[in-house]
Design a protein around this ligand. Structure first.
Ligand SMILES: [Zn+2]
Length: 376
């Protein structure tokens, strides 16, 4: 997700966000802070906003109805703008990795992926290929934290993952023990329990929850008005609490993939649907595009079958494909758990066939035939 203009653009977790803003305004934000919560809850977006609020040249303040003062940021001063350039992180990481690939072997080994669009704000993503935070990265944080900031009031270090190599975690302990007054360290963790207890005990902890589907739906109504209401309600559920995922969701591709998955499932569960089934699998060709299409179709099929399982097991409130509920209920009446289990195994075979680079359409046809054969 790109840069957002103010804290009010942040979706969900209002209370946690207000508490953080109050702490910044009062000058008592913990210097070492874990932001915990599931992927998509907005941990990174929030960390960037906190960095902006700490370093905004204008230091705007808002009064909350309960009389508390909330820190804010202007979004247009030089510090705000340059910090916001880190908001869309993945392209920056991709560029850093590509630059490292160009280096000589000896330099490559010494170079760790770090992102810095503002001289006083350093982003530390997990370093590929192992996707762990490494010692070289933590060392940069240690030396960085020893020097006073050059342009902003505070130095901010954002670790985007809590998966550390052992020696990196031990080394991080030293800086967490006594961070200088001007330094703030944010650790983003899907599961804070993964962090060493000695790290956790030195940090404040703020937990973000997944955003409920109903709340996501309201956000989509506002920001994706071109989607139909039943599409918004579908996407809000498929995103499973992840705001960025919901806003960036490709509804058209998912709907097309799911339509094919349904043809396949009908072919397998109803008599006389075979022609449609094989006409459909013929549109899946070999090559990269066909693989992508197959992967999307299998993904949609998984989500449909999971929903059928919810219906069979009596938890219909957890349905995600709510817009085709009638069809799912009909399916739940004709197939059982064992059938779904066989279908899932078949899907795994198609996936591993693709990995081994078999002719794709062949394995999909075989799967379709097998599914038709396993009709109850
Ligand atoms: Zn500003």
């Amino acid at each position: 997700m790109g840069a957002l203009g103010s804290f009010t653009d942040f979706v969900g977790n209002d209370e946690a966000v207000q508490n953080l803003r109050t702490s910044i305004a009062a000058g008592r934000l913990p210097h070492s802070l874990i932001l915990g919560g599931p992927a998509g809850a907005g941990k990174y977006t929030l960390a960037i906003m906190l960095a902006q609020a700490l370093n905004c040249e204008r230091q705007p303040r808002e009064m909350w109805s309960n009389g508390q003062t909330l820190a804010s940021f202007c979004g247009v001063c030089d510090n705000c703008v340059r910090i916001a350039e880190s908001a869309d992180l993945q392209p920056l990481i991709d560029a850093a990795i590509a630059a490292r690939e160009e280096m000589r072997e000896t330099d490559k080994k010494e170079t760790r992926v770090l992102i810095q669009t503002h001289p006083d704000v350093l982003i530390i993503p997990p370093d590929p290929p192992q996707l762990l935070i490494k010692l070289g990265q933590v060392r940069r944080v240690i030396t960085g934290a020893q020097r006073a900031p050059s342009q902003a009031p505070r130095k901010v270090f954002i670790f985007t993952s809590s998966s550390f190599m052992k020696e990196a975690a031990n080394s991080l302990l030293k800086v967490l023990e006594e961070p200088p007054d001007f330094a703030h360290i944010f650790l983003l963790a899907d599961n804070p329990g993964e962090l060493l207890p000695t790290i956790r005990s030195r940090c404040g902890l703020v937990r973000l929850g997944a955003v409920p589907a109903e709340e996501l739906e309201m956000v989509l109504a506002e920001r994706r008005p071109e989607w139909k209401p039943n599409q918004r309600s579908l996407v809000a559920r498929l995103a499973q609490g992840a705001v960025g995922k919901a806003l960036g969701f490709d509804v058209a591709t998912y709907s097309a993939a799911r339509a094919d998955a349904l043809v396949m499932l009908r072919g397998a569960t109803l008599e006389g649907e075979h022609t449609a089934l094989f006409r459909m699998t013929e549109t899946y060709r070999a090559g990269a595009e066909g693989q992508q299409k197959t992967t999307a179709m299998l993904g949609a099929m998984s989500s449909v079958l999971e929903d059928v399982l919810m219906l069979i097991s009596g938890t219909p409130e957890r349905l995600r494909n709510v817009d085709i509920r009638g069809e799912l209920e009909a399916m739940a009446g004709t197939i059982d758990f064992a059938w779904i289990e066989r279908a899932v195994r078949g899907m795994d075979q198609v996936r591993s066939g693709m990995r081994r680079n078999l002719l794709r359409s062949l394995s999909l046809d075989a799967f379709a035939e097998e599914m038709a054969g396993v009709r109850r």
